[in-house]
Design a protein around this ligand. Structure first.
Ligand SMILES: NC(=O)C1=CN([C@@H]2O[C@H](COP(=O)(O)OP(=O)(O)OC[C@H]3O[C@@H](n4cnc5c(N)ncnc54)[C@H](OP(=O)(O)O)[C@@H]3O)[C@@H](O)[C@H]2O)C=CC1
Ligand SMILES: Nc1nc(=O)c2c([nH]1)NC[C@@H]1CN(c3ccc(C(=O)N[C@@H](CCC(=O)O)C(=O)O)cc3)C=[N+]21
Ligand SMILES: [Mg+2]
Length: 287
């Protein structure tokens, strides 16, 4: 059975490809002006298979648009001190404009300490407290890639955020919190939910724009969605059969929403495109 009235599919993969094409041209122009090629250092600690895939995707995306990438891979037994020393070296390297330490890190390493060791001017993830603060006061330097990508998708879809009701489900530092700041800066009235939220559906059902980032496969079902809402599914979950699914139950949500992102092919590719955009922005700010 097909949905009676299926939602418009928001094609993040296609939009990301368009953005990468524009970036490739901008980087070519920049380098032709005699400016240094943007460089991104990616640090991977340990052998988490999902992380390894993401890092490989990021490095390939760099190559496609003309960003030089520097890949540093370490075993899971790397000491925190050694990681901090590696970051200090990259902070001082003039060929490196962006530094990304792939999360999660092994348990013996304090991720907050690592994030704070990165030069805020090279923090293309936008996770450093200085950059979080700048975003919070409406003067962003680096916008975290995933929420930045979501905003680009909403813009491309011409979703009216001014005066709209938005709900963000999930309140992490890397997705939910910065997402809330961006939506509210765009004029939406925003509710942010977490695992303790009582009557989650009450909140989600009021949202014209619903963004979900919980890491709970298919937890948002069609009956929790306002008819006609725009639904953005940030979740990436691997099921036992090896397939990927989001935090939204696509099948039931698709019949209620007016537009929805798929997983895969939605927010994920946009995250990488915005990382590349932040790297070019950083190279320009350095020169
Ligand atoms: N597409 C992309 O580019 C990216 C995708 N992701 C994916 O997005 C998802 C979220 O990632 P991340 O933000 O890092 O996750 P975290 O685990 O850091 O945070 C999850 C958040 O969701 C909340 N939450 C958990 N369960 C529920 C529930 N039942 N009801 C309401 N809220 C709940 C948690 O609440 P509490 O605060 O109470 O614990 C927490 O705030 C994951 O699937 C991840 O793989 C992440 C980054 C990028
Ligand atoms: N310092 C840091 N910065 C991050 O931005 C960061 C991180 N750590 N750790 C993990 C999360 C997750 N993340 C994704 C990026 C792209 C896809 C992506 O391209 N997804 C494809 C599918 C990929 C697949 O097949 O597995 C898609 O949705 O179509 C997914 C997830 C970035 N993260
Ligand atoms: Mg490269």
């Amino acid at each position: 059975m097909t949905a009676p009235n299926p939602a418009r599919l928001i094609d993040g993969k296609a939009l990301a490809a368009r953005l990468r094409g524009k970036l490739q041209q901008k980087i070519q122009d920049w380098v032709e002006q005699g400016k240094p090629r943007p460089g991104l250092a990616v640090i991977l600690v340990g052998a988490d298979p999902a992380s390894a895939v993401y890092v490989r995707n990021k490095i390939k995306a760099c190559k496609d648009v003309g960003i030089e990438s520097f890949h540093h891979t370490f075993g899971a037994d790397l000491s925190e001190a050694a990681l901090l020393a590696q970051i200090a070296e990259l902070n001082a390297d003039p060929n490196v404009h962006g530094i990304l330490v792939q999360l999660p890190l092994p348990k013996h390493i304090d991720p907050q300490k690592v994030i704070e060791a990165i030069d805020p001017a090279k923090d293309v993830d936008g996770f450093h407290p200085a950059n979080v603060g700048l975003l919070a006061i409406g003067k962003p330097r680096f916008i975290p890639c995933t929420p930045f990508g979501v905003m680009k998708m909403l813009e491309d879809e011409q979703v009216q955020l001014r005066g709209a009701t938005a709900c963000v489900v999930g309140a992490s530092n890397i997705v939910g919190k910065p997402m809330t700041l961006l939506l509210q800066a765009a004029g939406a009235t925003v509710t942010i939910c977490n695992s303790k939220t009582r009557d989650l559906a009450f909140h989600t059902k009021h949202a014209d724009v619903l963004v979900v980032a919980t890491g709970r496969p298919k937890m948002i079902t069609g009956d929790m969605i306002k008819p006609g809402a725009v639904v953005i599914d940030v979740g990436i979950n691997r099921l036992d059969d090896g397939s990927l699914c989001g935090d939204v139950d696509f099948e039931s949500a698709n019949t209620v929403a007016s537009a929805i992102t798929p997983v895969p092919g939605g927010v994920g590719p946009m995250t990488i495109a915005m990382l590349l955009a932040n790297c070019l922005g950083s190279a320009k700010a350095h020169h």
